[in-house]
Design a protein around this ligand. Structure first.
Ligand SMILES: Nc1nc2c(ncn2[C@@H]2O[C@H](COP(=O)(O)OP(=O)(O)OP(=O)(O)O)[C@@H](O)[C@H]2O)c(=O)[nH]1
Length: 874
């Protein structure tokens, strides 16, 4: 079977746009001029190899720039033939015709135009030899078949003759017994039987005679009829089955007589022999069965083998020959599966993704019912340090600011507060530009944006950005002119500056409410809440309250004790404990719901944010969630989405690596590539960092975030960084022991940060080519908390063992839990046997008191670090 396909067909098979495939082929060194050109197997394999390399499975030889020396394609064609034994018995024999083609990649090029090299001539000679051998083999087989067929024909004829004579004898005997003919009379045996003689018995032999004369005890009266009707051997065999069609007769004859000695089969064989068309004793499909298999984004080797009705090992072998190492339980991607399917001579079809999403949509539509008023969801936006957290803090009357590293909100939190004017839900958005993407998402969830502008600072870049986001999302704005308590506060300036942004105060004839507040003293906060309520009333916010819930994930993280935790905002329906839900690519059953105070709640109604426990994994912020009837649907949707997301991730990774290749090949013309692996404590930070860092790319340097995720730095992160020569950015997370080992062994560049400015600043400086010195944090010692003692004098004192380096009293520290930073500050006390000491070294026990932090727990790590100046390198 020909494996040649046009580019257009291949593109359809691998579900890739034709242009992209052409591009990939060109990148793989196979330029084609148009989509209707033919791609050979070699070229497909070459492309696959290239894509594999692009996906990170670089083969050593290929990495060194060597193409595979030879590609061997084996085809085996199975034929089944039936051999008639001399005694009429039959055996079915499988004959496998093997064909082996060995080609070097150079052939492919040479096929086009190149000169015939010695090597090519040699290969062609071998090919010819192999073809010749194959032909000889087939001729020999054909000869054997022919001899067998002749033998079978002879046996059949003999058997037929014997049967005919027997039937004649029997018929004669019957007629004699009935007195119709005398013993010496000729039976009408030789008369040629009319085509439908059996359906129109000849009156010459009166059935009546049968009925009247045939002895009642004669068990086989049919013989009488047959004898009277015709003497055809076929008729004799079908006696008693006179209404059967020819095909039925053929079929039933074997059944009626068991294994026919000289029945139907030999007849057909003889017919074939007469026409010279058949070699076998019966017709059976000898061509390989071509199966059409549906292949999704990924498929396991075992599943593919099952669909192809082959043994798993055979598929593994075929993959191996294509240069893909895969075990039977391993998943292979769509492209590989399509190529191996084609290689095995079958046809690959794109699997229908099914319509579980439709089913899900039906669920959401189901929840449509009577709408009731719901609380407004408010996002507080504004420039950094203009007082967003302080405002929210004041409203909630809790202290959030003091616990934040660098005094900046690091991720979206959500809170609902019960004011005198009703419930208001707040989304606490971070202030830094890096989070603009998150803010943009936040604005879409939001009914009202409160824009905080410091009266002493006026309109700043992020103030303008916030206005743009609110306008883009068509969300009404309320301006909170903050820090009104300050002596240099100038609220009028704020109003004037915002005019330029087309935010017009009511007193200037516009429709935007401006409220002067002080998040510090609480002045004007009530007026602000009033303004929010008025705006909410104007918006007539409503949602279906009863029924299955749906909404959006605001934030998510992995908690070692509680598992995946997602903060979600219910937008419609009521989310209850025990509900099944799909959440992005995750699913699960709600194990527990917590409100912003960390208290368990039984349910959450529209506009209320809650933390959800019980999901299968950490969803992305911005993902939708939908409650469904049963776990099956939840699982199906989640798995299907996951497969899709994986596929797009593969494509994205391929892009990265291709860029690497381009950069290495010099087509980037002097542009350097800085690969980064970003790990952070919460998903929002990961996304914000990815976007911010990628956006720092310049003409001189391309910044690629090749990997990112939530949680501590693992061995696989370190390996990825090592193989891609990437720098690891740990944002409020640390590397575990096995990751550290890989990092040390391979000299991976690992940098820890806890302030987003620093990450961006450092990468930006590298990107802009600024060399010089940079401030880097160096961890100088780690102590493990073994026990915690409470003392009235010192508060909580952690009994520790220094497990690395040295802990110094004068240096700053961080408290880590599950490799994630939970506190940053300084030491209150460092003691050894009741003695205050300045430092404690590795392997020594000590007592540590952490300043302003009493929540140290056994198992925590206290890392001591210092900031040092180092020469900047790329
Ligand atoms: N005098 C005065 N200071 C304020 C007021 N509101 C906030 N501040 C101070 O301004 C600084 C920044 O306040 P935050 O609430 O952290 O500002 P933010 O906008 O949330 O900052 P990011 O989280 O970094 O975006 C803090 O030192 C607050 O104490 C106010 O109304 N009056």
């Amino acid at each position: 079977m020909s494996q040649q396909t046009t580019i257009r067909k291949l593109a359809a098979l691998v579900n890739t746009p034709v242009e992209k495939l052409l591009e990939q082929l060109a990148e793989a060194g196979m330029p084609f001029s148009g989509p209707d050109q033919v791609v050979t197997s070699i070229e497909k394999v070459k492309l696959l190899g290239f894509l594999k390399r692009s996906h990170g499975k670089v083969e050593a030889a290929e990495e060194a720039g060597e193409a595979p020396k030879k590609i061997t394609l084996n085809r085996s064609r199975k034929q089944e033939i039936t051999v008639g034994g001399s005694k009429g018995g039959k055996t079915t024999v499988d004959v496998v015709v093997r064909k082996k083609i060995t080609l070097s990649p150079r052939d492919a090029a040479a096929e086009k135009a190149g000169p015939v090299t010695d090597e090519r001539a040699e290969i062609l000679r071998k090919l010819e030899e192999s073809r010749q051998r194959n032909l000889d083999e087939q001729r020999r087989l054909a000869e054997t078949d022919r001899q067998r067929a002749e033998e079978q024909d002879r046996v059949r004829r003999e058997a037929e003759e014997a049967a005919r004579l027997k039937a004649e004898a029997e018929a004669r005997a019957a007629l004699e017994a009935a007195g119709v003919v005398s013993a010496d009379e000729e039976a009408p045996a030789r008369k040629p039987a009319p085509a439908h003689a059996h359906a129109h018995p000849k009156p010459a032999v009166a059935p009546r005679a049968d009925a009247t004369r045939a002895p009642a005890h004669k068990p086989r009266g049919s013989h009488v009829m047959v004898a009277g009707v015709e003497d055809d051997d076929r008729a004799s065999r079908f006696a008693g089955q006179m209404h059967l069609s020819a095909s039925d007769r053929a079929r039933r004859s074997t059944g009626a007589r068991g294994r026919p000695a000289g029945g139907n089969r030999p007849r057909r064989g003889s017919e074939q022999a007469r026409t010279g068309g058949g070699k076998h004793a019966f017709e059976r499909p000898t061509a390989p069965v071509v199966r059409e298999v549906a292949i999704g984004e990924t498929i396991t080797v075992a599943d593919l083998a099952q669909k192809l009705a082959m043994k798993g090992g055979e598929v593994v072998k075929a993959l191996f020959k294509m240069g893909v190492m895969a075990t039977i339980n391993q998943s292979i991607d769509h492209d590989t599966a399509v190529l191996v399917t084609e290689e095995l001579g079958h046809v690959a079809l794109k699997a229908d993704a099914g319509n579980v999403e439709d089913e899900l949509l039906a669920h959401v539509e189901d929840t449509q019912g009577e709408k009731v008023a719901r609380p407004p969801v408010v996002t507080i936006m504004g420039h950094v340090d203009h007082g967003k957290t302080s405002l929210l803090d004041y409203i909630r009357r809790t202290k959030v600011v003091s616990g934040e590293a660098g005094g900046i909100t690091q991720h979206i939190g959500a809170y609902h507060v019960e004011t005198d004017r009703g419930v208001i839900s707040f989304l606490d958005t971070p202030g830094h530009a890096a989070f603009s993407a998150m803010r943009a998402r936040g604005a879409k969830l939001t009914d009202i944006v409160v824009l905080v502008v410091a009266a002493d600072d006026g309109v700043k870049p992020q103030t303008k950005e916030a206005v743009q986001h609110a306008k883009a999302a068509k969300v009404p704005l309320i301006v909170a002119v903050n820090k009104i308590d300050k002596s240099d506060a100038d609220p009028l300036r704020v109003k004037n500056e915002l005019l330029a942004e087309e935010v017009v105060a009511e007193e200037f004839g516009g429709d935007t409410q401006f409220v002067e507040i002080s998040a510090k003293t609480g002045q004007g906060i009530d007026a602000l809440l009033d303004a929010i309520s008025i705006q909410a009333e104007l918006l007539e916010l409503s949602a279906v309250r009863d029924g299955r819930a749906n909404g959006v994930v605001i934030e998510s993280s992995l908690d070692k004790g509680r598992g995946p935790v997602a903060t979600v905002l219910v937008q419609s329906g009521t989310l209850k404990k025990g509900d099944y839900l799909v959440c992005g690519v995750q699913y699960g059953r709600v194990r527990a719901l917590f409100d912003e105070r960390g208290e368990q709640v039984p349910e959450a109604t529209p506009s209320i944010p809650v933390q959800v426990l019980g999901l299968s994994g950490v969803p992305d912020s911005g993902d939708d969630f939908v409650v469904v009837d049963d776990e099956r649907l939840a699982k199906d949707v989640a798995q299907q989405r996951d497969a899709k997301r994986r596929e797009s991730r593969l494509v994205a990774q391929a892009g990265n690596r291709m860029e690497d290749i381009l950069a290495q090949m010099g087509s980037g013309e002097g542009q350097q590539t800085l690969n980064l692996v970003v790990k952070a404590d919460v998903h929002g930070s990961v996304q914000a960092l990815r976007e911010a860092l990628t956006g720092l790319s310049t003409d001189a340097i391309r910044i690629n975030v090749i990997g990112s995720g939530v949680g501590g730095i693992t061995e696989s992160d370190a390996t990825l960084a090592s193989t891609s020569k990437a720098t690891i950015i740990g944002f409020n997370v640390r590397a575990d022991a096995s990751a550290r080992k890989v990092i040390e062994t391979n000299g991976v560049d690992l940098r820890y940060f806890s302030i987003i400015y620093d990450v961006i600043d450092q990468v930006k400086q590298v990107a802009s080519g600024l060399l010089g010195v940079e401030i880097r944090e160096e961890i100088i010692g780690i102590a493990e908390v073994r026990d915690v003692f409470r003392s009235s004098k010192f508060g909580a004192v952690a009994g520790c063992m220094v497990v690395e380096g040295v802990v110094k009293r004068s240096k700053p520290i961080r408290v880590l839990r599950d490799n994630t930073v939970v506190f940053e500050g300084e030491l209150e006390s460092l003691r050894r046997f009741k003695e205050n000491v300045d430092e404690v070294r590795n392997g020594t026990e000590c007592g540590i008191g952490v300043k302003a932090y009493n929540d140290v727990k056994p198992g925590d790590q206290i890392e001591c670090f210092e900031r040092i100046e180092v020469a900047r390198t790329l």
